[in-house]
Design a protein around this ligand. Structure first.
Ligand code: S0N
Length: 281
């Protein structure tokens, strides 16, 4: 179908309520949409924003009716402009009366390990820590007004983690050096050419196109997509990547007759009979 989904706001189950984000699910479809809602700050994130985003992503992960998550920013001016510089302290970003820390790193890891595709839907600026957030998403659909870049070297920050390693994998080490050393901004067309995004569409079609990609993914096998996400990450993620891929193998084994033979025998206080299972070539 070509119609846009009907979005239903999802209440925050912790009871705290969301102030910095909007969390929605498509009625009758397996799509969640998580929106940073600070357009007056070009959707810069503060620690509260990150905490709310992490609660929403956790909910979308746990909801077995959700297969794909759209991550976006409110309005057409920005996807996200990175860390809110006005709450930056000597030890990182801090809410009032809180200790500063580098909160966004936990969110990056959460998106990377979440066993469902996360699609960045980018209109306007995706810069600084906001650029890294789009890079850690599985796919990026960009509007033709999108602008990409790192600002860290201009404002005294850097992301020497995923911000460098994933970028280098995405666009190659020469281009990654260019992006970080010069801290220039790139148009959607340039980003497309570099392999930073999957598709560029007119701003007016952005949500329609993104939803179309979600719907296409949702027609496919959830387990196959899950395995591909963890496998595509595993080679770069070392022990953590292998652990996740292995967890998926265990998950599949738990559903098998052979896996259950051992558990059932234990619970029944009998000997397991594994002889009925072949030693496959
Ligand atoms: C996005 C830009 C280019 C938009 O320019 P434009 O359209 O001219 O709008 P402005 O007038 O500049 O902005 C409108 C209002 O929004 C405020 N604002 C925008 N961005 C931010 C921001 N990041 N923080 C705080 N406020 C912001 C403006 O101040 C303005 O407000 P008013 O109207 O009141 O003046 C342009 O805005 C821009 O360049 N923004 C700054 C981009 C930037 O430098 N971001 C920070 C980069 N660093 C990080 O993101 C840190 C990354 C990070 O978090 C991290 C990474 C690795 C390891 C750990 C961490 C960690 O720190 O946790």
């Amino acid at each position: 179908p070509s119609h846009l989904p009907v979005w239903r706001a999802v209440p925050d189950e912790s009871g705290k309520g969301f102030t910095d984000i909007i969390y929605e699910k498509a009625v009758g479809e397996g799509i969640a949409k998580i929106t940073i809602n600070r357009p007056e700050k070009r959707n810069a994130f503060r620690p509260l924003t990150i905490k709310e985003l992490m609660r929403a992503f956790a909910d979308a992960r746990d909801d077995t009716s959700i297969g794909v998550i759209i991550f976006t920013g409110k309005g057409t001016e920005a996807f996200c402009s990175g860390g809110d510089q006005s709450v930056r302290t000597k030890s990182g970003y801090a809410d009032p009366a809180d200790v500063g820390r580098l909160n966004v790193l936990d969110l990056q890891v959460q998106i990377r390990r979440l066993p469902k595709p996360v699609i960045a839907m980018v209109a306007g600026y995706a810069v600084g820590g906001g650029h890294i957030l789009h890079m850690v998403c599985d796919l990026t659909i960009a509007a033709d007004n999108a602008v990409f870049g790192q600002t860290g070297p201009k404002v005294g920050s850097f992301d020497a983690g995923y911000g460098c390693s994933i970028m280098s994998r995405l666009i190659g080490p020469k281009r990654a050096r260019e992006m970080w050393y010069l801290a220039r901004f790139y148009s959607a067309a340039e980003a497309d050419k570099m392999g930073l995004v999957n598709k560029v569409v007119p701003l007016a079609n952005l949500e329609q196109e993104t939803v179309q990609w979600c719907r296409e993914i949702l027609t496919n096998s959830p387990t196959a997509v899950r395995m591909c996400k963890s496998a595509l990450n595993a080679v770069d993620d070392g022990h953590a990547g292998l652990q996740e891929l292995a967890g998926n193998a265990t998950l599949l084994f738990y559903g098998s007759e052979e896996g259950n033979e051992g558990k059932n025998a234990y619970l029944n206080k009998t000997r397991p009979n594994f002889s009925k299972f072949p030693w496959l070539p």
